[in-house]
Design a protein around this ligand. Sequence first.
Ligand code: UD1
Length: 431
Amino acid sequence: MEKYAIMGGQPLRGEVEIGGAKNAALAILAAAVMTDEPVVIENVPDVRDTNVLLKAMENIGVMIDRSERHTVKMNSSQICDCIIDDEYMKKIRASYYMIGALLGKYKKAEVPLPGGCNIGIRAIDQHIKGFKALGAEVRIAHGSIIAEAKELRGSHIFMDKVSVGATINIMMAATMATGKTIIENVAKEPHVVDLANFLNSMGANIKGAGTDVIRIKGVEKLHRTEYAIIPDQIEAGTFMMAAAASRGDVTVKNVIPKHLECITAKLLEIGCRVEEYDDAVRVIADKAISSTQIKTLPYPGFPTDMQPQMTVALGLAHGTSIVTESIFDNRFKYVDELMRMGASIKVEGNTAIITGVEKYTGARITAPDLRAGAALVLAALVAEGETVIEDIKYIERGYEDFEKKLQGLGARIEKIDSDRDLKKFRFRIAQ
Ligand code: UD1
């Protein structure tokens, strides 16, 4: 099992290039099956989640050419099956986007109930509510969601909860329904907007993505397109936070600064300097971090996917910070690991009370999920001494070449597979 070996204590400095947004890619790749014509998608991150989804799509007959690392060429005219295999669904939750896509195009889909990161209960009632409102019959049998419709009809849907996944899934199905659909109280995340733009580039008629209400006029067919995915807000935010935690100076390139405003605002609040350029942000942390209060919220609020990274930075701030997690109910599991590195954090329900400490110390720890895993890497980078992080497969779900990008910023991090590799790492560090 691969691990990261990290020797901490180095402020990160330099430039890092951000890849395409994983969460946008998952939605867009799924939506691309909705046309029989060829589709070219650029800026697809080469991470485990997108790769697993592509395998699941190949398995139902989608032809995929990935001769260039970040470009996917697809043809979905030969789809032979609307049943996604359980093997893929267990690995990534987002294969449930195939329900919206297949239901929209073929009026039927069978997808096993999702797995994904273990960060709390992740209901799908809003997805099901939306599909039913469009006229589908939805049932759960043998561990799968089975959705079928003679015809999908436009509808007026009010979401009881702001859900990224449900917004995306319903938007896809409604794109090929008859008539008009209005979805209220939708998610406004950048990748919801990116998916709408992608579907529109294939001939869909979607308005309002990025606001609280999405209006869709159903179309009968979608056509070929070439499309480039937006940069990854969370990957960018993770490197911004790495600069803050390590008291470094990092220019994060190929980003949309507007998508990062919720993160930038908090970095300014805790005493970092942030310079914004057209497609880059520079974070300079030349003095001690100060404490703050944060509550995770749907976009444009502070993202839950940045909560662990922010907590790691605040663990080193002067004073007491309070972080409230309002999206997921079990997203502080990594705190135990962080406390083994010397953090002083008390978790009460969905709130973490963080008393800043002077330093973290290296330890042998385990990545509990994707974003918490990345956050623990940041903790290790600033810790005194050596850290070994196990289960980095979670981190690789969403970060492409994470250790290489960090090495480019001066971090002492290597992927290792054995005790022998660890000894070699120590030897190199000692040189
Ligand atoms: C997506 C992101 C994930 C991010 C999350 C919140 C992808 C692939 N994943 O996850 O990285 O952390 O948004 O920004 O884009 N809920 C219900 N009923 C539903 C659906 C959701 O109660 O039918 C609840 C969930 O349990 C959760 C909250 O709504 O508490 C938000 O979930 P949602 O926005 O759907 O997250 P995901 O789409 O799963």
